[in-house]
Design a protein around this ligand. Structure first.
Ligand code: V55
Ligand code: FE
Length: 494
C-alpha cells in the first residue's frame, strides 16, 4: 500500500482498501427472506494511488462498484474498480496524475484534457443498463454481471451536456428517467442541462438553462407534473480554480433558490422561488403535487455539511454545531411571487431512501440516516468525516418516527429498499454496518432489516471476510430486471 496522508479522508472507515475481490456463499446469520432476489449495487470511493496533494478529500477517490447478489437466501459479493479514463491513465503510470478535487489546473500536464471523473457516487439502473455516476462528468456503463467497465455513456453521442448527475429520478409509472447536468457547458459555467430518457434508455429531451449562480446542484426532484431544481449557495469560480484553489466555497450570506418548471415543459417556463440565505441540502427525499401546492421534502441544514466547502468560504463551524432537520418546503403554484412555506417534519439526518413506487408521489414513509444521541462519539469515516449511527423511518403524514439505534463504535451506510409483493408489507432495507474491531480496524456486515419495523434490528446479517471502505449511494435491481436486461442483450446480439 502506498503512503496515504493520515487525515480523516484516509483513516478510520475511510482507510483505503483497494482490493478487487469476489466471494460466493458468504455466511448468513439468520434467514434472508426468499422475496429478496436481485442485486444490491454499491458505489465506494477508494483511491488506487496516494494523492498528489496531502489535503485531498474522500470525494476524489476512484470509484469502485460492488455487488451483493442475493438469491434463495444465499449471498455472493464482488467489487471492482470502475475503469474510467482517469483510472486507466493512473494505473499505467502507477501514480496519481490528477490533482485537486474538480480542479484540472492542478493536474500533471501529461493528462491535460483527459476525463477527470472517478464515477464514485451512485450506481444507476435505467433502460436495462447499469451506470456508475459522479456529477462532474458523464456516467460510465458497467456490465451488471461481471462489473467490467463498458465505457463512457453519452446516449449514442446525443447528450450534449458534459456532466450527468448522480441523482436522476425515475418515474415509477412511465419508466422515464429525468436527469440533469450542471456545469453542463464547462468548468464553473452556470449552464444546466435538463434531460429525459424514455423507458428504453433513449434520450428524448435535452434543454439548457442558466442557474442564478454556479452552485453544486447535487440532487433534484420530480412530481407527476413538475421538475424542481434547488440552488444552494455553495459556488464555483473559474479564477479561483485557475489559481489552484478549491472548486467549492460556501457563501453563508447568499440566498438559495428553487427553480420549478413543468416536467414536460420548456425551460423558459421555469419559475424561481427565493429561499433562506446560507442553507444547504445535498439530498431531497421526494416531492409531490397536492392540488395547487407542491411539497418538497429535503434534508436541510443551516450551512454546508462538508467542512472543506465551509472553510473555503470562510465559514467556521464545527460539524456537531450544524443545525437542521427534515424540512418540507411548500410552493403555492396558484400565487404569484417568490416566496414559499417551510416547516420541519423530522429530526436532522441525510441519505434518505424511498420506495421506488413512491417517487414523485404522496408517500407514506421514508427512511434516512442520523445520529443516535445515546450512541457515543461517532466512528470516523464517510465524506464528512463522522459516520451515521442511527436509522430513522418517518411518516411525514402523521409525524410517526421510528429509530434503529446502533450501539457505540458502530456505523451505518445508506440502505437500499427492497419492495415486497404483499400489499401491506413495507419491504426490507439492506445496509452495510461497520463496527470497530481493535484500535485501527473495523469489521463490516450486511444487515437485512424489516422496513416497517426497523426498531427490532436486523433479521439477518452477513459478516464480511475483508475490510470495506465507506460507501456513498447504492441501488437495488431485482432479479427480474436483471433477467429482462440479459434477454434484451441476447436479442440485440442475435
Ligand atoms: C457528494 C458526493 C460526491 C461528490 C459531490 O454526497 C457531492 C455528496 C462522492 O462524491 O463529488
Ligand atoms: Fe448524493
Amino acid at each position: 500500500m502506498p503512503n496515504f496522508p493520515r487525515t480523516i479522508h484516509f483513516t478510520g472507515l475511510n482507510t483505503p482498501v483497494g482490493i478487487e475481490w469476489s466471494a460466493r456463499n458468504l455466511d448468513v446469520v439468520g434467514e434472508i427472506p426468499a422475496e429478496i432476489d436481485g442485486a444490491f449495487f454499491r458505489a465506494v470511493p477508494d483511491p488506487a494511488h496516494a494523492p498528489m496533494f496531502d489535503d485531498d478529500i474522500v470525494l476524489s477517490g476512484d470509484g469502485m462498484v460492488a455487488k451483493f447478489s442475493i438469491h434463495g437466501g444465499t449471498v455472493d459479493y464482488a467489487i471492482r474498480y470502475v475503469e474510467t479514463e482517469r483510472y486507466r491513465l493512473e494505473k499505467e503510470a502507477r501514480r496519481a496524475l490528477f490533482g485537486q478535487y474538480r480542479n484540472p489546473f492542478t493536474d500533471d500536464p501529461a493528462v491535460a484534457g483527459k476525463d477527470r471523473t472517478v464515477a464514485n457516487t451512485t450506481p444507476v439502473w435505467h433502460g436495462g443498463r447499469l451506470f456508475m455516476t459522479k456529477e462532474d462528468g458523464l456516467a460510465y456503463e458497467i456490465d451488471p454481471e461481471t462489473l467490467e467497465t463498458i465505457g463512457r455513456w453519452d446516449y449514442y453521442g446525443a447528450l450534449k451536456s458534459e456532466t450527468f448527475t448522480a441523482h436522476p429520478r425515475v418515474d415509477p409509472e412511465t419508466g422515464e428517467m429525468f436527469f440533469f447536468g450542471y456545469e453542463a457547458g464547462g468548468l464553473a459555467t452556470t449552464d444546466v442541462a435538463y434531460c429525459i430518457a424514455d423507458r428504453n434508455g433513449n434520450l428524448v429531451s435535452e434543454q439548457w438553462f442558466r442557474q442564478p449562480y454556479c452552485s453544486t446542484i447535487h440532487d433534484f426532484a420530480i412530481t407527476e407534473h413538475y421538475a424542481l431544481f434547488p440552488i444552494f449557495p455553495t459556488t464555483a469560480d473559474l479564477d479561483r480554480l485557475k489559481a489552484g484553489g478549491p472548486h467549492w466555497a460556501h457563501q453563508q450570506d447568499l440566498e438559495s433558490w428553487v427553480g420549478i418548471m413543468p416536467r414536460y415543459g420548456k425551460v423558459e417556463e421555469m419559475r424561481w422561488f427565493k429561499g433562506p440565505k446560507g442553507v444547504s441540502a445535498f439530498h431531497l427525499v421526494n416531492a409531490y403535487d397536492d392540488g395547487d401546492f407542491i411539497h418538497l421534502d429535503l434534508c436541510l441544514s443551516d450551512t454546508n455539511a462538508f467542512g472543506f466547502m465551509r472553510e473555503a468560504g470562510g465559514v467556521q463551524r464545527a460539524q456537531q454545531e450544524i443545525q437542521g432537520g427534515l424540512t418540507r418546503w411548500t410552493f403555492d403554484m396558484s400565487k404569484e411571487g417568490e416566496s414559499f412555506e417551510s416547516r420541519i417534519i423530522g429530526p436532522p439526518g441525510d441519505m434518505p431512501r424511498l420506495r421506488d413506487a413512491d417517487q414523485g408521489r404522496a408517500y407514506r414513509a421514508a427512511w434516512y440516516l442520523s445520529m443516535n444521541p445515546q450512541g457515543g462519539p461517532p466512528l470516523p469515516g464517510g465524506p464528512v468525516g463522522v459516520a451515521f449511527n442511527a436509522l430513522f423511518r418517518v411518516e411525514p403524514g402523521n409525524g410517526r418516527l421510528d429509530m434503529m439505534a446502533l450501539e457505540p463504535e458502530m456505523a451505518i451506510n445508506e440502505p437500499v429498499h427492497v419492495p415486497s409483493s404483499a400489499p401491506d408489507h413495507d419491504g426490507w432495507l439492506l445496509a452495510m454496518v461497520d463496527r470497530r474491531a481493535g484500535e485501527d480496524g473495523f469489521r463490516s456486515e450486511l444487515w437485512v432489516v424489516e422496513a416497517g419495523d426497523i426498531g427490532k434490528g436486523p433479521i439477518a446479517r452477513v459478516p464480511m471476510p475483508l475490510p470495506m471502505r465507506a460507501q456513498v449511494h447504492g441501488a437495488w435491481v431485482s432479479a427480474d430486471q436483471l433477467a429482462r436486461a440479459r434477454a434484451r442483450q441476447k436479442e440485440v446480439a442475435a
